[in-house]
Ligand binder design. Structure first.
Ligand code: VGL
Ligand code: ZN
Length: 202
C-alpha cells in the first residue's frame, strides 16, 4: 500500500527542459520512464510546471544587452537570465509527452508573476510569496516528500530546501533528476542537501 503521509513531487518535466527544448537539460528525457514507474508507490503525486508569461523578467531577451546565463540583480537578489522558456500554453511548456500525468492530484504552476522568478514549488524567488503547495500538503497530512525532476540544481534544489525549512522530511531521488550545472551549481546543491538533512537517494 502506498504511504498516505508521503508524497511524490515531480518537478518541471517539460519539453523545454528536455533535449530539443529551449533550456534543455542534458538527459532530461531519460528520467521520464523511471518517474512513471515510481508514481504508484505514492498516495499523492504532485506535478510542478514552470509557467512564464512572454517577456518574463527572468528571460535575457527582456533586458537590453543581456545574454542567456548572464546574471542581474533583482529586488530579491541575484538572478540568472535564461533563454525564453516554458511560455504559458506553448508546446515547450507542456509536460514531456510520455510523462504519466493522470496520477497527479495537483499541478502547481509557477513563475507566472512577470517580475519574480520562481524556482521553488513552495515560494517565488523572493522567498515570501507562497504557491499554496504547503497548505495543500499539510491539509492532506503529508509529512514526507520525495522530489524528482528537472533541474537538480535549480527547481528541484530550491523546492527541496524550502520543504526542509518548512519541516517536511525530504528525499531527493538523484537517479530521477538531471542538472544544468552552471558554475558548480550541481555540487553546491548536493552540499546544501546534506547540510539541511535532505537525503540524496538513488
Ligand atoms: C528552471 C531555470 C529556469 C528549472 C526553471 O525548472 O530548474 N530552471 N526556470
Ligand atoms: Zn523558468
Amino acid at each position: 500500500m502506498p504511504r498516505s503521509d508521503h508524497a511524490l513531487v515531480v518537478v518541471d518535466v517539460q519539453n523545454d527542459f528536455c533535449p530539443g527544448g529551449a533550456l534543455a537539460v542534458a538527459g532530461g528525457d531519460q528520467i521520464v520512464a523511471g518517474i512513471n514507474k515510481l508514481m504508484p508507490e505514492f498516495g499523492t503525486v504532485v506535478l510542478t510546471q514552470d509557467w512564464h508569461p512572454a517577456g518574463h523578467s527572468s528571460f535575457a531577451s527582456t533586458h537590453a544587452d543581456k545574454s542567456p546565463m548572464d546574471m542581474i540583480e533583482m529586488s530579491y537578489g541575484p538572478q540568472v537570465l535564461w533563454p525564453d522558456h516554458c511560455i504559458q500554453g506553448s508546446p515547450g511548456a507542456a509536460f514531456h509527452p510520455d510523462l504519466e500525468t493522470d496520477r497527479a492530484s495537483l499541478i502547481i504552476r509557477k513563475g507566472s508573476n512577470p517580475a519574480i522568478d520562481s524556482y521553488s514549488a513552495f515560494f517565488e524567488n523572493d522567498h515570501q510569496t507562497p504557491t499554496g503547495l504547503e497548505g495543500y500538503l499539510r491539509t492532506l497530512g503529508i509529512k514526507r516528500l520525495t522530489f524528482v525532476g528537472l533541474a537538480t540544481d535549480f527547481c528541484v534544489n530550491f523546492s527541496a530546501l524550502d520543504a526542509a525549512n518548512l519541516g517536511f522530511e525530504v528525499d531527493v531521488q538523484l537517479s530521477l533528476c538531471r542538472g544544468i550545472d552552471l558554475e558548480g551549481s550541481l555540487n553546491t546543491a548536493l552540499e546544501g542537501f546534506a547540510a539541511k538533512g535532505i537525503r540524496s537517494v538513488d
